[in-house]
Ligand binder design. Sequence first.
Ligand SMILES: N[C@@H](CCC(=O)N[C@@H](CS)C(=O)NCC(=O)O)C(=O)O
Length: 184
Amino acid sequence: VNVFAGEQHAREFLRISPNNKVPVIVDADGPEGTALPVFESGAILIYLAEKSGRLLPARGAARAAVLEWLMLQLSGVGPMFGQLVHFTRYAPAGNDYSVNRYTSEVRRLFGVLERRLGASAYLGGPEYSIADIATWPWISRFEWQTIDLGQYANVKRWYLAIANRPAVQRGYDVPKKVSDIPMP
Ligand SMILES: N[C@@H](CCC(=O)N[C@@H](CS)C(=O)NCC(=O)O)C(=O)O
C-alpha cells in the first residue's frame, strides 16, 4: 500500500484498516482456519507475539513491563516523533512554534528512553521484546529528528545491538528497500 499515492483510502483497504492507515496484516492462518485482518501496530505485535509465544512474556510483572513500554511507544514516541517529522519535513517553513514544541517533546522522550536503558538491557526488561520492535524504527530516524545519538549513550548501545540483529536487517527492507539502516 503506497500511502504517498493515497492507496490507503481505497474502499477495499478500508475494510481491513478502518483508520485508513498502514500497517495492517491479514493472517491467512487465523483462528479456526479463517483469515484474520489486524490493524494498529501494537495490536499486530501483541497478536503475533501471542500466536508465536515469543517476544512477550505470558503473564505477571514481566508482561506488564513490556506492555508499559509498548504503550509508551504507541501513545508517546510514535505520535510525537511523527508530528516532528511532519512539521520539519512536510509543513510550510516558518512554523517555529510546532517545530519547537515537538523537538522538545522528542528530546524529553529520548531522555525517558535513556534513563530506562541505563537500568535495563531492553525497554521491556532483560530480553528483547515487542516493545523494542515498536520503538526502534522511530529511533532509526535520529537524523530527521536532529538527534545526536552520541548524547544518549544507553539509547545508542541499545540501537546498535538491535541494528545488528539479522532479522531486523531483513525487516528493514520490507516491503522494499528504501535505505540502509542509519548508523550513528
Ligand atoms: N497508530 C497507528 C499509526 C499508523 C500510521 O500513522 N501510519 C501512517 C504511516 S507510518 C499512515 O498510514 N499514514 C497515511 C495517512 O495518514 O494517510 C499504528 O501504530 O499502527
